[in-house]
Ligand binder design. Sequence first.
Ligand code: AMP
Length: 112
Amino acid sequence: MDCLFCKIIAGEIPSNKVYEDEVVYAFRDIYPQAPTHILVVPKAHIGSVHEINEENADTVAHIFTVIPKIAKAEGLANGYRIISNIGKDGCQSVKHLHFHILGGKQLSDNMG
Ligand code: AMP
């Protein structure tokens, strides 16, 4: 499968890793949109939030235990934002489920 994030997880494309375990890989976004901009992705290929189901829900639940650990390690005590873009209207550019962690400044209240 020709998937950018699968290649990053496999180490075929370099990345700036911030966290890794058996299920999850997290790395800094190459085009940061905030002082802290990290992508948290499952190692197993899931296309987007739209493909979450009963079979892979444990993986997603695990991701959401990792996100606060990363945020705490990054010092985001004032808060942060989690974004997952889905499909064309959601402007998803990489078709591998990922959650953006954005923080390190006061973010815009415009989400649309
Ligand atoms: P999305 O538009 O929600 O699919 O997010 C994809 C994200 O991947 C964007 O924020 C890109 O900046 C980021 N990105 C693309 N290529 C790389 C890369 N090689 N390393 C790190 N982040 C990347």
